[in-house]
Design a protein around this ligand. Structure first.
Ligand code: NAI
Length: 336
């Protein structure tokens, strides 16, 4: 039997935690042979939720679930963690100033980054889900100087899955026939869901759905899908967010699928520290097209960008740069 993989989930007593934990325990993240040890990290107000989830996890009698531990300090919570899902955060509430939002999250993700740096396993892989996800991930990454920067990622997989799902629905196509969709930039309304390289059963997506829709209503719908869910459901995206987090870590660990006989290997969308590709300033955690090979993300290189795409990517990267400058000014990330 393989050694269990230790997965630390912060905000484990919250909604996404509740939806994610059972699927992780069932084997959805690492496959049906790999045991997992779950570490639930909460703040005192959330501990009861985590304790309740832990009781129910026992009641799931999951054969792959090696242990469940609850922690209230990041030092204990991340001790020996192989995978860290950073879900708990301080999202923006009505009337909250941007500076207050960033300061509150700096107080969470700075210490968590330092605890990951000092206590996590050498192979730790970090996914930040809690919003503002990209900048929270930047704060954690910059506070963990001993961990390779590319081990820190922020989640745009939900946006990616939304884009694929909505394209399939609109084209009356199968999800399995869609490839080449990319989310660029920030997990915010400035994100750029890009169909210019997308195909549906091998045909350019724009030939199927029309460029006007693909560069117009489609982008708006994907970028505002979170608000649409809140309006219809009366609450934020939870199960789809947990599902996306599991997809992200599973692909990162087990690899994205190889190329079919003819054609290119499929890719997904991941926010990871920029190396400068596609004109995105170095170091920003901006979403890009990427494949996972042998446990590492590889940015899909050499995609041709038209004027429209270049402009949209630059605009979303500029928003991320402004957030970075603000957290740097507030001393939430160390100077370079
Ligand atoms: P929730 O409010 O139900 O749960 C959050 C939990 O985090 C709470 O139990 C809280 O006690 C805990 N928490 C807060 N600070 C913490 C800390 N310092 N350490 C450990 N735990 C802490 O919220 P929900 O619905 O589970 O969403 C979580 C986050 O995910 C939100 O920030 C939300 O905006 C974000 N989100 C991101 C998405 C993405 O695509 N990147 C999609 C959907 C949600």
């Amino acid at each position: 039997v393989p050694t269990p993989i230790t997965v630390t989930v912060t905000g484990a007593g919250g909604q996404i935690g509740y939806a994610a934990l059972f699927r992780i325990a069932s084997g959805a993240m690492f496959g049906p042979e790999q045991p997992v040890a779950l570490r639930l990290l909460e703040i005192p107000q959330g501990v009861k939720g985590a304790e309740g989830a832990a009781l129910e996890l026992v009641d799931g009698a999951f054969p792959l679930l090696a242990s469940i531990d609850i922690a209230t300090t990041p030092e204990v919570g991340f001790d020996g963690a192989n995978v860290a899902l950073l879900v708990g955060s301080r999202p923006r509430t009505a009337g909250m100033e941007r500076a207050d939002l960033l300061a509150a999250n700096g107080a969470i993700f700075g210490p968590q980054g330092r605890a990951i740096n000092d206590h996590a396993a050498d192979d730790v892989r970090v996914l930040v889900v809690g919003n503002p996800a990209n900048t929270n991930a930047l704060i954690a990454q910059r506070n963990a100087p001993d961990v390779p920067a590319e081990r820190f990622t922020a989640m745009t997989r939900l946006d990616h899955n939304r884009a694929v799902g909505l394209l399939a629905e609109h084209a009356a196509a199968r999800v399995a026939d869609i490839a080449g969709v990319t989310i660029w930039g920030n997990h915010s309304t400035t994100q750029y869901p890009d169909l210019s390289h997308a195909t549906i059963a091998g045909r350019p997506a724009f030939d199927v759905v029309g460029e006007e829709w693909g560069r117009g209503a489609f982008i708006e719908r994907v970028a505002n899908r979170g608000a649409e869910i809140i309006e219809v459901r009366g609450g934020s995206s939870v199960a789809s967010a947990a599902n996306a987090a599991i997809d992200h870590v599973r692909d990162w660990s087990l690899g994205t699928p190889p190329a079919a006989e003819s054609g290119v290997a499929p890719w997904t969308s991941v926010a990871l520290p920029s190396t400068g590709a596609y004109g995105i300033p170095e170091g920003l955690l901006a979403s890009v097209p990427a494949r996972a090979v042998a446990g590492a993300w590889q940015v899909v290189e050499g995609l041709e960008l038209d004027e429209f795409s270049r402009h949209r990517i630059a605009a979303s990267a500029a928003e991320l740069a402004a957030e970075r400058d603000q957290v740097a000014e507030m001393g939430l990330i160390p100077a370079e």
